[in-house]
Structures are given as structure tokens and as C-alpha cells.
Design a protein around this ligand. Structure first.
Ligand code: ZN
Length: 133
């Protein structure tokens, strides 16, 4: 991974800052995501829960939606910040990210923010669904 480490820490700080805006009245599990796009811009997202639980949006997909709606399709890395355990993206978010290629996924436990876990998306979801047309 050729991305400088300080970029990962910068992304993680943006993800942690985004957590403050999470709408998580049910789980109280506030998650933030920060997506570095090819244009150098960081798009953040938070989880947005809903009383109808199934409609809840993950922070990662909110960040992807913001980036795509801004015309971005090339994603370099995404960082995820959560209050406790190292927050790997869920399967649905991995699939949504895989739509746009193989980015770097950066996670850290909020209690140990200097201990990064850096992986490629393809390691987390090696057999992403592809529509064969
Ligand atoms: Zn998710």
C-alpha cells in the first residue's frame, strides 16, 4: 500500500469527528467513516438508524453516497471509527465499496487509535458479487 501512514491517521481523525453526528438512538453505537476519493477530497458519513431497524444506514454507505453524488467513483481508502472493537465494515458495505474497486480499509479501536488495522477491501470480501452480463 503506497499511501502514506499519515493519510490513514488523517482519515481516521475525520471518521472519529464524523461519529459525533451519528444518529444512533437505538443502539447507541456511533460510527463514523471517512472516504478518501481520487480527487483528494474526504467524504464523511455516520450511521443513521431508523425506528424500522432494517432501514438503518451504515456510516460507510453514507460516505459512499456523498462521494458518488459528488461525481466521485475512484476511492483510495476508507477509515471507520467506532466506540469499541475494531470496526470492520459489514458485508453490505464491503459489497457497495467493491462496486467501485479495491480500496484500502483502515480501522482502529477508539480506545487504541494509534493501532491501525489496514487491509485491502478484497481481503475482507474476496468474492464480491459481480453482475455477469
Ligand atoms: Zn455496513
Amino acid at each position: 500500500m503506497n499511501q502514506p501512514l499519515h493519510d490513514f491517521y488523517r482519515l481516521l481523525r475525520a471518521a472519529a469527528a464524523a461519529r459525533k453526528n451519528a444518529h444512533a438512538p437505538y443502539s447507541k453505537f456511533r460510527v463514523g467513516a471517512a472516504l478518501l476519493a481520487g480527487n483528494g477530497k474526504i467524504y464523511t458519513g455516520t450511521n443513521i438508524e431508523n425506528a424500522s431497524y432494517g432501514l438503518t444506514l451504515c456510516a460507510e454507505r453514507v460516505a459512499v453516497g456523498k462521494a458518488v453524488s459528488d461525481g466521485q467513483r475512484n476511492f483510495i481508502a476508507i477509515a471507520i471509527a467506532a466506540p469499541s472493537a475494531t470496526p470492520f465494515p459489514c458485508g453490505a458495505c464491503c459489497q457497495v465499496l467493491a462496486e467501485f474497486g479495491d480500496c484500502i480499509v483502515v480501522c482502529a479501536d477508539a480506545r487504541r487509535p494509534r493501532q491501525l488495522c489496514v487491509q485491502r477491501l478484497a481481503e475482507l470480501l474476496p468474492r464480491a458479487f459481480r453482475l455477469a452480463c
